[in-house]
Write a protein that binds this ligand. Structure first.
Ligand SMILES: *Cc1c(COP(=O)(O)O)cnc(C)c1O
Length: 713
């Protein structure tokens, strides 16, 4: 193979995010220059730009990497051409007209910072599984120039938010070019001027993601900054972002000649897309609003993620009119009738315009993201369906799942290759696939997990050193960070958004008891915390500060630690390396949660409140439960009960099971539980199963329903 050809192949590999879930390709990139790989935060585009070509070629030859590069490139080409997919058989009617999947954020990899947390990671995992399964689906989102903030903590443990400008030249994105050779743009007319955006394209395996970007010279200064930050602005910024996502997103698809058969709204942010769809069909067919609205609702799938009433996006009618008046006129609706689309009581002028209400009124297929969240959503939105009983409210559920190959550690994946059969990724949704885990030798599973734990401890120490240096702590303190954590201690991970209902401080409430647990000479416990608080959330920041203060107390020092700047990289290291993944939200406020699903794949046991996905997953033998399924109406009482249960379960179940060793030093009962978790959970809580559920229960019926729009059009 010629050298320049080799570099071209690496560039192609770098520009399709397929590599993100290929451990062999990741290893290939890393081996070219491990230090630089780390420095660029695993950004393949920046990496290749900073690696001088001759050095790259020399390394590739020295390390005999050229045949591996060739092989990786061939695998990508074959993957892209593969026609023998599940989707080719089961979703062929989507082939000519794909699903359009709208989301305000997409978490695909830490180097593409257009996500804040769970919602985005779920959307990213959805695209990856759609690609693996060969489902014709196209993602629509926004390109945030600064992404979500980077978190650093000051000497007092107070969260500071850093907004760094992303260098777009260093992202795996391509500008979409129109037939005139110029960047393709879309425009939206509002009462206060025209808003324009250009379009970027990201390749995610066989799936394409389109990202709208308002940073154009022809926009006003404030509009240029519209897509700067994720969830960054006031109501006006938010409605303009959502206008861009929904209306702009649909126009971008149309500008590219894509006529989707299904609109999938991942959360209500993008619900304006339905109105734009109706407007466009009315314009081309001349049919009346009511009829077209029924057809468009018939092609729309809405996934709600918010079990808390206050968490749903709501806008004052004036803001809605300012931004959607043109569209309203296209729909031939009066002001009142239009506003009614976003109100539970259509005629109630005092009700703000709610994006979730709009989405529910304009989608025939609505779902929550776990069985329990389905129940909660039906109860919450019952007032929208006054003639139905609660159980008949048309909101079902499809439980979230995670993209297995993104979240499983390479070492664990190798173990699967040998014991589950090499086709396990393709057959991951079948229970039989995971039965092979019982044939893994206990010692081998344990050692694999120890390797992952050692890697995590290394990772955390490096981060703690960096954190201490940044705070200008004395050298002695920086040195001490290199001794943080103990490979042999039971290690609990807790990483999530610091929203109040997630109760990050629950385990810390009884300092005396916690001291006993941490300081125990024969059965010690250690905890790794990570997570961001929303910039406006004082209470969340106080929670973080409280934890950081505890980490500095003598008895907890280097045994309870806080890793700053939780992102997909930190998340991956944590779920792969810790022994126990703890989650203690105030039930039933966790719609699903997915981090615990990532844990399963790595032999990490869940220790969680029976909320979200865990409420339907826990069977008494595949992890640990905090509390029971009862909820007390008074939150402080519930908190007290859950705190007691957490300590009881930890003391009476988790710790004894972990430390009970046989003559060879193995915790046999613990390992049995890890295997039980793999076997009972991995086939259910993965994104392939989730996407297939969407195809069968939502996409296919929705695509069938919409053909009438087309026929008439
Ligand atoms: C998986 C993930 C989440 C979502 O996890 P939850 O269980 O919902 O808390 C959030 N942030 C990151 C970075 C993740 O990787």
């Amino acid at each position: 193979m010629g050298q320049s050809q080799l570099v071209d192949k690496l560039r192609d590999l770098a520009r399709n995010l397929w590599w993100v879930w290929q451990p062999n390709v990741i290893a290939l990139f890393r081996e070219l220059d491990p230090d630089l790989w780390h420095k660029v935060d695993h950004n393949t585009v920046e990496y290749l730009k900073r690696l001088p070509t001759e050095q790259l070629e020399r390394r590739a030859t020295d390390m005999a990497l050229d045949s591996r590069i060739d092989y990786a490139f061939r695998r990508l080409s074959e993957y892209l051409k593969d026609t023998d997919s599940w989707g080719a058989v089961h979703a062929s009617i989507l082939r000519s007209r794909p699903v359009a999947y709208f989301s305000a954020e997409f978490g695909l990899h830490e180097s593409l910072p257009i996500y804040s947390g769970g919602l985005g990671v779920l959307a990213g995992d959805h695209l990856k599984s759609a690609s693996d399964l060969g489902i014709p689906l196209i993602g629509v989102g926004l390109l945030y120039a600064q992404g979500y903030f980077r978190q650093v903590l000051d000497a007092q443990g107070w969260q500071q938010e850093l907004y760094l400008n992303t260098n777009l030249d260093l992202l795996p994105i391509e500008s979409v070019i129109g037939s005139d050779g110029q960047p393709l743009k879309i425009a939206i007319e509002t009462a206060t001027g025209v808003l324009k955006a250009k379009i970027w394209r990201v390749e995610v395996g066989r799936t394409t993601l389109l990202l709208l970007d308002s940073n154009l010279p022809e926009n006003s200064e404030s509009d240029r900054a519209l897509t700067a930050r994720l969830y960054g602005g006031d109501a006006r910024v938010r409605i303009r972002q959502e206008l861009l996502l929904g209306v702009g997103g649909l126009r971008a698809l149309r500008a590219l000649g894509i006529n989707p058969s299904v609109l999938h709204l991942n959360e209500g942010h993008s619900a304006f897309a339905t109105l734009e769809m109706i407007r466009a069909v009315m314009e081309s067919t001349g049919l009346p609003f009511g009829e077209v609205m029924r057809d468009v609702a018939g092609m729309t799938v809405f996934t709600t993620h918010t079990p808390v009433a206050a968490g749903h996006d709501r806008f004052p009618a004036g803001l809605v009119e300012e931004h959607l008046r043109k569209i309203r006129e296209g729909l031939h609706l009066s002001y009142d009738d239009f506003m009614g689309l976003g109100r539970v009581n259509s005629g109630d002028h005092n009700e703000p315009f709610c994006m979730t209400v709009l989405a529910l009124k304009l989608s025939r297929y609505a779902n929550g993201v776990s069985a329990l969240h389905g129940v909660v959503s039906r109860r919450m939105w019952r007032p929208l369906f006054p003639n139905l009983t609660e159980e008949n409210v048309p909101i079902g559920h499809i439980t979230n799942g995670v993209h297995v190959q993104t979240w499983v550690a390479p070492q664990m994946s190798l173990l699967f290759d040998r014991h589950l059969g090499v086709d396990w990724p393709r057959d991951q949704r079948l229970p039989e696939t995971w039965e092979g885990i019982e044939t893994v030798d206990d010692a081998e599973l344990w050692e694999t997990k120890q390797v992952l734990k050692a890697r995590l401890i290394n990772f955390v120490r490096t981060r703690l050193v960096l954190q201490a240096r940044r705070r200008n702590e004395p050298d002695a303190a920086v040195q001490k960070a290199m001794e943080a954590l103990d490979l042999n201690a039971l290690t609990i991970g807790f990483a999530r958004r610091f929203a109040t209902y997630k109760r990050a401080g629950l385990i810390l409430q009884d300092v005396a008891r916690l001291t006993e647990l941490v300081k125990s000479t024969d059965h010690p416990v250690q905890i790794i915390f990570a997570g961001k608080a929303h910039p406006e959330d004082r209470m969340g920041k106080e929670l973080i500060q409280g934890i950081v203060r505890m980490t500095r107390q003598e008895q907890f020092f280097n045994r309870i630690v806080f890793v700053e700047d939780y992102d997909m990289n930190v998340g991956r290291s944590l779920v792969q390396g810790v022994d126990v993944w703890m989650n203690n939200p105030r039930r039933p406020q966790e719609a699903s949660g997915t981090s615990g699903e990532k844990a399963i794949l790595n032999g990490t046991l869940n220790f969680s409140v029976l909320d979200g996905w865990w409420a339907e997953a826990y069977d008494g033998t595949n992890g640990f439960a905090i509390g029971n399924s009862l909820t007390h109406a008074v939150p402080s009482v519930q908190d007290e009960r859950d705190h007691r249960s957490l300590l009881e379960t930890l003391t009476n179940q988790v710790i004894p099971l972990y430390y009970r060793r046989d003559a060879s030093g193995l915790p046999r009962d613990w390992i049995a539980r890890q295997k039980k978790a793999f076997r009972t959970l991995a086939w259910r809580f993965n994104a392939d199963r989730m996407v297939m559920d969407y195809v069968r229960h939502s996409y296919l019926p929705a695509a069938g329903g919409v053909s009438c729009v087309m026929l008439r059009g």
